[in-house]
Design a protein around this ligand. Structure first.
Ligand code: 173
Length: 321
């Protein structure tokens, strides 16, 4: 055996020992559909940090960023096509690809329960089929939406008012007589300032992140539905990962869902901060609130079931409301 052959054989043996798929570090490209560092991106950013710490030599995430890198309503499609590998995005932003995603706001059980009662599994199948995505995690249990206004109303009636919406609020705004205007979060401040809209839908938390408090006079109570922001992984990429890599992601996903325990305290602090900022709460009493919540629930399910009769009914069954 010549010296050259010895080197070659040794080289191959080393390659065989060190280069099976299991030993190769994979890097995923990540985007978020909310501005970087803001309320609905923050926990995803903590998730990335955790994966990059726990996944050294196994799996890493390269955080490309938020809406400056990619328009929020395009994030779902970017996951589907594999333009990005992993994303932080609400179902409300990909109803064009999955109309029934509008129903996720109505599923308000904690994730621990959804993972036990078949909800996670069903939603994962839906994401596999319609979005070519693995449904890795859902965040923001216990974070209701509200209508914020600049014009005072003295009953639950939005007649004559233009309200910034996403699919989350469209049906209820219309049911209350308002005119919905679909607007990504990045354009809300300007729309308020210029009077293009008289108000907007948004969760109880996060209005300070982009300075909206300076352009908001009222918040309508009660809060309704529940915010949902999902972590999705392109399905081809997911399938290409080995067990160790998937375990890092799955463990971090459960940890991320556990951060929902912080939400009640965050909501309380945000509510207090809004009051201090001079935002006046409009509350029309228990009966009006109860009727409003029923109407909000009814119009949303009607709309989801009209668009997706089969999956809509199944979602309602799983939601139990
Ligand atoms: O942009 C929105 O108002 C919206 O639909 C949403 C969904 C989840 C969290 C925050 C905002």
């Amino acid at each position: 055996m010549g010296i050259r052959t010895v080197f070659t054989v040794t080289g191959l043996a080393l390659a065989a020992a060190f280069s099976p798929a299991s030993a190769q570090e994979v890097t995923l490209r990540a985007v978020t559909s909310f501005a970087e560092g803001t309320q609905f991106s923050k926990n995803f950013e903590r998730f990335i940090e955790k994966v990059n710490k726990d996944g050294k030599g196994v799996i890493q995430i390269n955080y490309i960023g938020g809406p400056r890198a990619m328009p929020p309503f395009e994030v779902g499609n970017a996951v589907r096509t594999g333009v990005v590998d992993i994303a932080n995005v609400t179902g409300a932003f990909y109803t064009n690809l999955m109309p029934e995603a509008d129903g996720f706001k109505l599923i308000s059980k904690p994730m621990t329960e959804q993972r036990k009662n078949g909800t996670w599994e069903y939603l994962n199948q839906l994401h596999n089929q319609k979005l070519n995505a693995q449904y890795l995690a859902r965040q923001f249990h216990n974070v209701p939406f509200h209508i914020y206004l600049n014009k005072k109303i003295d009953k639950m009636d939005l007649t004559g008012l233009k309200i910034r919406v996403t699919p989350v609020y469209r049906d209820i705004v219309q049911a209350l007589g308002g005119t919905p205007i679909n607007t990504p979060p990045g354009e809300v401040y300007t729309a308020l300032e210029r009077g293009v809209v008289d108000g907007y839908g948004w969760p109880i938390s996060g209005i300070f992140d982009l300075g909206w408090d300076k352009a908001t006079k009222f918040r309508v109570n009660p809060g309704f539905y529940g915010a949902e922001v999902n972590v999705l992984v392109n399905l081809d990429k997911w399938k290409s990962l080995n067990d160790a890599q998937r375990k890092i992601l799955n463990d971090a996903a459960l940890w991320l869902e556990g951060l929902d325990a912080e939400n009640v305290a965050i909501n309380k602090a945000e509510d207090e901060r809004q009051v201090k900022a001079g935002i006046q709460v409009l509350d029309f009493g228990p009966q009006v609130s109860q009727d409003f919540l029923k109407k909000a629930n009814d119009v949303a399910w009607q709309s989801v079931i009209a668009k997706s009769p089969e999956t809509g009914k199944k979602l309602r069954e799983l939601a139990g409301n």
